[in-house]
Design a protein around this ligand. Structure first.
Ligand code: SAH
Ligand code: SF4
Length: 377
């Protein structure tokens, strides 16, 4: 049985005749979130039978949903071959002015999706990396996470959502499925999520960043930099020995980005490893001439690692230094911290003291007015 989400509209048109039927089926799948071919009312019975015979639109099964006190929802999906992995729905409030001049608040959604079950990159701070790679997610499995989450939350098809490839796995290590998924996700006859609303986060496999750039899809790029010298980065991310900081920066300089957009550099801050001001100074020098945005992430402790979370104060001084030098820097608010929804360490339920973590995160509200907090985007 083939996963119907693996097919582009053109591929489905080749199979379903007359070809306008393909568009109708796509409408059911991506606009009505219908995953039962029998309920696709305007599709003739014989064609529905053919669809049932050859395809499946139910390839991911929601095993568990955890909702955080801040509204973040973590989905545990089960694949048809019994592997589990997670995705996260982040809900933020967006201020808008209505036609009467009143300020209204509308929800703004970001869906954090996985690209692999496990990951072979093996970063020392990441829970996903510990068990290695089980398998790639198929193109259809990448896409179905979005459809399932939109369906479950009754998110209107026309409502804009952002997609971040920041769940489990290294997206550029599952390249062909990723490229096909991006194209299907942005198709105007389907989910219609513009590439500029899709952010690919990578540990920095420079040749693959170049390859992604060659496709010129218009997607946003996020680099998990985390360290400003190769010595520290080698220790945190063994992949740095193959593709070091300089090679990543070179690839970023070559990457085609919309002139109004910035490349995001994620900086996972770990106590006594990379939370000093000298690192902030080196970062400034490293990113010289790049239209960058730095997103500081406070390390989220878990049982698989001895690293410690830095103080909020050190993150704030780091960010203020960068801001004072004209860089755009934010500290990522750890949404869903009480349900371990920090991307990259999903799936695992640790026995950490969540209340303590939450206190760390929220108790001391920022004293520094220049530093803003934001969720992953
Ligand atoms: N493999 C890709 C995308 C998935 S990881 C990448 O590495 O970019 C998404 C993000 O989660 C990365 O920036 C990663 O550094 C971060 N992450 C991993 N473990 C974390 C932890 N324990 N605390 C906070 N962020 C973590
Ligand atoms: Fe893989 Fe990203 Fe985790 Fe590194 S941080 S092990 S690349 S998922």
């Amino acid at each position: 049985m083939q996963n119907i989400f693996d097919l582009t509209l053109e591929e489905l048109k080749e199979i379903l005749k007359p070809s306008f039927r393909a568009k109708q089926v796509w409408h059911w799948l991506y606009i009505a979130y219908q995953n039962d071919f029998n309920l696709m009312a305007n599709i003739p019975k014989d064609l529905r039978a053919k669809l049932n015979e050859s395809f499946s639109a139910k390839n991911l099964h929601i095993k568990e949903i955890q909702t955080s006190s801040d509204g973040t929802k973590k989905y545990l999906f089960l694949t048809n071959d019994n592997h589990s992995f997670e995705s996260v729905l982040l809900k933020m409030k967006e201020q808008k002015i209505d036609k009467f001049g009143n300020t209204i608040q509308t929800p703004k959604y970001t869906i954090c999706i996985s690209s692999q079950i496990g990951c072979r990159i093996g970063c020392k701070f990441c829970r996903t990396g510990i068990d290695g790679l089980t398998r790639n997610l198929s193109c259809g499995e990448i896409i179905e996470q979005i459809v399932a989450i939109k369906r479950d939350n009754k998110i209107l098809p026309q409502k804009r959502v952002n997609i971040v490839y920041m769940g489990m796995g290294e997206p550029l290590d599952n390249f062909d499925n990723l490229i096909k998924a991006i194209k299907i996700i942005s198709n105007l006859d389907g989910l219609s999520i513009s590439p500029k609303r899709q952010t690919i986060s990578t540990s920095g496999i420079s040749p693959m960043i170049d390859k992604l750039g060659e496709f010129n899809l218009g997607v946003q790029l996020a680099i998990s930099l985390h360290a400003v010298n190769n010595e520290t980065r080698n220790k945190l991310m063994p992949i740095n020995k193959a593709y070091n900081i300089e090679s990543i920066i070179e690839s970023v300089r070559r990457f085609p980005i919309d002139t109004r957009k910035r490349v995001m550099f994620e900086y996972l801050m770990i106590k006594n490893i990379n939370d000093d001001l000298q690192s902030a100074k080196d970062l400034l020098r490293l990113l010289n001439g790049i239209k960058a945005k730095i997103n500081i992430i406070l390390f989220n402790p878990h049982s698989g690692s001895n690293f410690e979370r830095p103080s909020k104060e050190s993150a704030e001084s780091f960010a203020s230094f960068l801001i004072s030098k004209g860089l755009l820097a934010t500290i990522r608010e750890s949404k869903g911290i009480d349900i371990d929804a920090a991307c990259g360490q999903l799936k695992y339920k640790d026995k950490l003291n969540k209340t303590k973590l939450k206190e760390l995160e929220y108790k001391n509200k920022s004293k520094n007015k220049n530093v803003s907090y934001e969720t992953k985007e």
